[in-house]
Design a binder for this molecule. Structure first.
Ligand code: FES
Length: 125
């Protein structure tokens, strides 16, 4: 089974947050379309995919996208950022610091329980 090198998920529910810079356009549908257009233009469709997603639980950072399997989270993403994301992050492997959501701000992987160790990994006695 083939795998994508990068799978981009664009939250389709985000509202624009204060992270969205001046002059940037908030439009999840147009953002995804712009990402797909550049992926197609570059002929990398077999390796890179951009899909809509539901809420990614990072709503305060809208517009949010996440790129897997690298687990790169970007917020405040405008339609104008699409080409830069493809060229800088997908092709060149660079993190765009102005868009990156810092790890300590990510909600994913944080359990509400104080002990998040899965039961099967706990040591007895
Ligand atoms: S609505 Fe987009 S991350 Fe929650």
């Amino acid at each position: 089974m083939s795998k994508f090198t990068h799978h981009i998920f664009v939250c389709g529910k985000c509202k624009p947050s204060k992270r969205l810079g001046k002059g940037k356009t908030h439009d999840p549908g147009k953002l995804r379309a712009a990402l797909k257009k550049e992926i197609k233009r570059l002929g990398i469709k077999a390796d890179v995919r951009a899909n809509d997603s539901g809420c990614l639980d990072q709503c305060d950072d809208g517009q949010v996208i996440v790129i897997y399997p690298q687990a790169i989270w970007y917020g405040g993403v405008g339609v104008e950022d699409a080409e830069r994301i493809i060229h800088e992050t997908i092709l060149a492997g660079n993190i765009l610091e102005d868009l990156r959501i810092p790890d300590e701000q990510l909600r994913c992987g944080k359990s509400k329980k104080s002990d998040s160790t899965p039961p099967q990994q706990k040591q007895e006695g």
